[in-house]
Design a protein around this ligand. Structure first.
Ligand code: MIC
Length: 306
């Protein structure tokens, strides 16, 4: 329960806990959780690891995913998601916020905030969603230097190199880049925006023994595949980065429209998380019980009064 009690906190570092999950057979499913509440709900649904998406974080701030937010802003999200859930979290590190030293700073900051893993991509600024057109790629040598810098800065953080190369250099180009990034110290590879099963299979075939991540974002270049289908194509991790935020945003939009129309929320009650459900999700009463137990513990009984 509450992250406030030291003895309830995990003793194994987050990065190691993620590595342990990756030792299990099957694909590791990481839904996007854009805040602490989403993290609690994903955990309650049975997920063992989570994803913190740059697109979802920025969208929740009312901003585009163009690399404009800062390391400290991301750390605010990392802390809420890791504290509330206690689960290992993969964090979107975009382009690493600069070059080698900036990447090292990001790695230290993310790991200290509680992250288990980060992915760094080979675009240059202004970076874009990998499923859009006209992406500008970094020189593979410069990207490999960033990966090496990240590996040097981490304690146990799991480092995933994302390549956006497939769009302009094809599968062979993306594979050549990915191999350089593995040599530079990447623990896994994220081939971005593949268009079909053949591409997913070809990439996996060309990278034997390397852990691969699939991105099942909606409204992008990748057609729908299930977790089991990605697993059968050779992938060890899958993310659904923005799905929860997209659904939450639609619900919120409906609430505001209805409220404006009706002058009240009475017609939305059936779609609301009730107070009881909300408190149940955040463990409200457990925090209260914790508080009460401490008061009981520290008030001495039968001590001589002065
Ligand atoms: C994975 C991703 O980088 C993200 O920020 O979650 C995005 C997701 C999206 O925009 O749909 C991406 O570039 O694929």
């Amino acid at each position: 329960m509450p992250y406030l009690v030291a003895t309830d906190l995990p003793t194994v570092p987050a990065g190691q806990r993620l590595r342990n999950l990756l030792e299990r057979p099957g694909i590791l499913q990481m839904p996007g959780t854009h805040n602490g509440m989403a993290a609690l709900q994903a955990k309650a649904a049975g997920f063992d690891a989570l994803y913190l998406s740059g697109a979802a974080m920025t969208a929740s701030m009312g901003l585009p995913d163009l690399g404009v937010i800062t390391v400290d802003e991301v750390c605010f999200f990392i802390r809420q998601v890791t504290r509330s859930s206690g689960l290992p979290v993969l964090v979107d590190g975009d382009t690493g916020y600069g070059e080698a030293l900036n990447v090292m700073h990001m790695v230290r900051a993310f790991e200290d905030a509680g992250a288990a893993a980060v992915h760094i991509e080979d675009q240059i600024l202004p970076k874009k969603c990998g499923h859009l057109n006209n992406k500008k790629l970094a020189d593979p040598h410069d990207m490999a230097a960033k990966v090496a810098a990240a590996a040097k800065a981490r304690r146990s953080l799991f480092i995933i190199a994302r390549t956006d190369g497939a769009a302009s250099e094809g599968i062979d180009g993306a594979v050549a880049r990915a191999k350089r990034y593995v040599e530079a110290g990447a623990d896994a590879i994220f081939p971005e925006a593949l268009h079909n099963a053949e591409m997913f299979r070809a990439f996996a075939k060309a990278m034997p023994g390397v852990k691969l991540l699939a991105n099942m974002t909606e409204f992008g270049q990748t057609p729908f595949f299930t977790a089991s289908e990605f697993e059968a194509m050779g992938y060890k991790m899958v993310i659904w980065p923005v799905s929860a935020l997209r659904v939450a945003n639609k619900a919120q939009e409906k609430l505001y429209r209805t409220l404006k129309r009706d002058g009240g929320t009475q017609n939305m009650l059936a779609e609301m998380q009730t107070r009881a459900e909300l408190y149940q999700t955040i463990g409200y009463h457990q925090y209260e019980a914790l508080d009460a137990s401490i008061v009981e513990t520290v008030v001495p009984q039968g001590m001589p009064q002065r």
